[in-house]
Design a protein around this ligand. Structure first.
Ligand code: FEO
Length: 171
């Protein structure tokens, strides 16, 4: 059975992942409004991925005979000044999430909860990938000087991303 401290921290992480999904969905809406369909699609895929992150914690807590306690999800912002500003905010957000994951690993290690440590390793790796992919888009936007005619080039690239349902996660 999972320790109550770990349970509380993982429930908080479910909320953080659901907020991430909400944030990226809001960003998808922003991009739809300014007719950047590829950016919007990328953000929709990102939102779906965040939902699967939340579901991973949900499933793990239950598997460890823990209790799922869902909390209110705060409202994300809905206005940005440019695609670059959106991705810079995404990057900052992912750095915060990386900190949360690292904190979970610290709690699990202190509790000698090695099942949680092993489970969390997937998220440690995922955060490296998430920070890197968002930074990649930031670099592309900087290459085109964050200008509208360059946004369309980046938009085409981002349109290619598809959601791949993870194996073993019920969504
Ligand atoms: Fe679930 Fe973007 O971290």
């Amino acid at each position: 059975m999972i320790d109550i401290k770990m349970q509380k921290a993982m429930n908080a992480q479910i909320n953080a992942e659901m907020y991430s999904a909400y944030l990226y969905l809001s960003m998808a809406g922003y991009f739809e409004n300014i007719n950047l369909k590829g950016f919007a699609s990328w953000m929709r895929v990102q939102a779906m991925e965040e939902l699967t992150h939340a579901k991973r914690f949900f499933a793990f807590l239950l598997e460890r005979q823990g209790k799922v306690v869902l909390a209110e999800i705060k409202a994300p912002p809905s206005e940005w000044n440019s695609p670059l500003e959106v991705f810079e905010e995404s990057y900052k957000h992912e750095v915060v999430v990386t900190g949360l994951i690292n904190n979970l690993v610290s709690i699990a290690t202190d509790l000698k909860d090695y099942a949680s440590v092993a489970f969390l390793q997937w998220f440690v790796n995922e955060q490296v990938e998430e920070e890197s992919s968002v930074d990649g888009v930031i670099q592309s936007l900087k290459l085109v000087d964050n200008q509208a005619n360059g946004w369309f080039l980046v938009d085409k690239d981002l349109a290619a991303r598809t959601f791949i349902p993870p194996i073993g996660v019920v969504i």
